[in-house]
Design a protein around this ligand. Sequence first.
Ligand SMILES: [Zn+2]
Ligand SMILES: [Zn+2]
Length: 318
Amino acid sequence: MSDELRVKFWGVRGSYPAPGAGTVKYGGNTASVEVRAGDRTIILDAGTGIIPLGRDLARRRVPEILLLFSHLHHDHTQGFPFFLPAYLPNVRLHIFGPGGTPETLSRVLEHNQSSEIFPVSLREMASSKDIQSVRESQGIVWNEGGVRLAESTVGLGDDALIIRIHKSYAHPGGVYVYRIAWRGKSIVYATDTEGYVGTDRRLVQFAKDTDVLIHDAQYLEAHYRGQLTGFPATQGYGHSTVTMACEVAFAAKAGQLILFHHDPSYSDATIGGMEATAKAQFSEVRAAYEGLEIDLTPDPSPVRREEWKRDVKYANHG
Ligand SMILES: [Zn+2]
Ligand SMILES: [Zn+2]
């Protein structure tokens, strides 16, 4: 198996797609991020960015894909009906996300493709699909035995890819934050979350020492506070400012911070300005753009295995 670990951004916009001349640099597609770990492919959210990603996966003939939903708002699900691998009979999809019962996620996806809304039903998509709502206490493991839910990581081999879940209440209806760990490296995906006074300490704990923190940074400070002409205040909407994202990255000692879920009304120039503001607060920061790739291919030295040990400890002690 290859040692490659890469993160690639296919959709970085929040709320609704934003095509046009003013959004060419960062891109207008809604949330979708690809993580490639060896020969395993994980996708975070199915905004419209998953549509070009799906074409790429079909071209590469990727046979098995793990898709994780942070939550089920439109901008995180709207690309799924156009996700090409879901139509291919030789593709296997494992789809997990939040929900009150194990069936909630499949019910929502079925509804999104009911005949009044979309011409092809979920069942008519030819891929084999394992769809399940998962609880915060459950981990997801992908090792040589395949993809499965697990309550503990004890006894897993060195090559297991482990995903842990943190439920954040800082977004309407709640949202799952995922931590993907493999061979001593990790990525934390924290979209659609709003900062707290004194920083979101539960999130800081969950994201501790991660290599890459992808964090919601939808709003300019003035927009958030209702001081931007023509825009209402957005406090309580469940999204962060650049400063909130930087505070979490700093307190968690993240290796790098990626600003994510850009406001659809913001131009490239505005987002560029937000990136510059962020740089003054946390040096290792970039605003996500479509096509951005981060190479995290692990260093084979044993020192880098700490992340793995930490995950085992977490599982043992809750
Ligand atoms: Zn969103
Ligand atoms: Zn949302």
